[in-house]
Design a protein around this ligand. Structure first.
Ligand SMILES: Cc1cc2nc3c(=O)[nH]c(=O)nc-3n(C[C@H](O)[C@H](O)[C@H](O)COP(=O)(O)OP(=O)(O)OC[C@H]3O[C@@H](n4cnc5c(N)ncnc54)[C@H](O)[C@@H]3O)c2cc1C
Length: 396
């Protein structure tokens, strides 16, 4: 067992940290208040190779490992703790990779290079107005009509609807197939018959969330990923990847909150002493740091498991992968939220101001507690299933 990063990994981590410190952190408030990741920041990410970095080089990516991508996600979450840039990053990383693995050759060549260059957006659309946890209950349909698929239905709470409309691009979209299975299709947002709606969120303002409505929208049949009817398994593979990066971004945001908090409690005095000397505060910090370290290394192990098995099409360690990914998606947002909340409290009244720089993380991380990339209870159900057996899944 070797926990050291290779020289290349350490150098890349350092480069992304510098990008976070010099470019994301000074722009975090602007990204949040203007509800936009500025195009020059997206371009800078593309120049660093950060967009869809797991996509093979011949399709415009870096051909990066999940471990390297996980390291980058930590740094981006640390740089922009509002989570907007992290969401942009991890959607493209996770779902670009799935398109590269299961898409048709011509479609990969059409869609992925512009995504890697920051000229188009790629996201995921599974959630519907009737619910996101019970994916098997989804209603949006896709039926084949010659060389086309015809989509009908509605998706909601989808990240990047405006970006896909503005920049071009679209979403990998899970739909019900007439056969009873699921079709997973790349659906460009600018397709005739698709309309979008932006929702008004409380956080991670720099990336849009909204609805997509398909009124007999037609897309070329070549946009189908893999085999007709088997889309659910491709989507689940993508969730394992994306959830690992969500957790990694939360780790970065948690570390940032603790750093901000530590700087404050070293300086701020009460009763003639720095706050950090009071055990009531110091021990809180120590307990949180311990939790962040534990979840960080579990995230890196999740990424290592993906590299070692899932991304090679090896399902022999599926239970271990599912357990590890669900555990980090369950723990990391809660730990991060607690870190931000506690750091805000160490600041006292100042923690309640925008200037303290903590409330954006508070609002952004909350998106992962309420459900983005899968609700916490769904992670608990996955873990319960893996620990106790399928007969203990509390629904059919
Ligand atoms: C900011 C944001 C961005 C998002 N971006 C995307 C996106 O890009 N693409 C996309 O497809 N979706 C996206 N989502 C939606 C997300 O995937 C869903 O929120 C999630 O799947 C939960 O679905 P739901 O919100 O409909 O809650 P529901 O499924 O209605 O569940 C409500 C609550 O009940 C809990 N629950 C559900 N079933 C059970 C059970 N059996 N036992 C115990 N508790 C249960 C859930 O954990 C949740 O807390 C986003 C959400 C947010 C907040």
């Amino acid at each position: 067992m070797d926990f050291r990063l290779s020289d290349e990994e350490a150098a890349f981590q350092e480069a992304v940290r510098k990008f976070g410190d010099r470019t994301l952190r000074p722009n975090e408030a602007k990204i949040d208040s203007e509800a936009l990741i500025p195009p020059d920041i997206i371009q800078a990410m593309a120049d660093l190779g950060l967009l869809s970095m797991m996509v093979p080089e011949e399709l415009g990516g870096m051909g990066a490992s999940a471990v390297l991508t996980e390291l980058a996600a930590e740094e981006i979450g640390r740089g922009d703790s509002s989570m907007a840039t992290a969401v942009f990053f991890l959607l493209e990383a996770g779902w670009g990779h799935i398109l590269a693995r299961h898409g048709q050759e011509a479609v990969k060549r059409e869609v992925l290079p512009p995504v890697c260059q920051g000229k188009a957006f790629l996201g995921i659309a599974t959630t519907e107005p009737t619910g996101g946890s019970d994916l098997a209950g989804m209603r949006t349909t896709s039926r084949r009509d010659g060389s086309l698929f015809v989509l009908h239905g509605e998706k909601s709470f989808i990240s990047g609807v405006e970006e896909a409309k503005r920049m071009g691009g679209g979403h990998l979209t899970l739909t019900r197939a007439p056969s009873g299975g699921f079709n997973f299709l790349y659906v460009p947002t600018r397709t005739e018959g698709i309309s979008t709606q932006r929702f008004h969120n409380m956080g991670r303002m720099g990336i849009s969330t909204g609805g997509l409505s398909y009124q007999d929208a037609r897309v070329p049949a070549k946009y189908l990923l893999g085999t007709e009817g088997r889309g659910f398994e491709y989507a689940m593979e993508g969730f394992s990847v994306a959830r690992t990066f969500v957790a990694a971004a939360c780790v970065g945001a948690a570390e940032r909150a603790l750093e901000t908090g530590m700087a404050y409690i070293r300086e701020r005095k009460a009763f003639g002493q720095p706050l950090g000397k009071f055990e009531g505060i110091q021990f809180e910090l120590v307990d949180l740091w311990t939790q962040v370290e534990a979840v960080k290394w579990q995230c890196r192990r999740a990424a290592w498991l993906l590299d070692s098995y899932t991304l090679r099409g090896d399902t022999s360690h599926r239970s271990e992968v599912d357990r590890t990914v669900a555990s980090v998606k369950l723990a990391a947002p809660q730990v991060a939220f607690e870190c931000v909340k506690r750091a805000m409290m160490w600041f006292g009244a100042a923690g309640y101001t925008e200037e303290a720089g903590l409330e954006r993380g508070f609002r952004g991380i909350m998106s992962y507690l309420v459900g983005a990339e899968g609700g916490l209870n769904i992670m608990r159900i996955i873990l319960g299933r893996e620990l106790l057996g399928k007969e203990f899944v509390p629904y059919k």
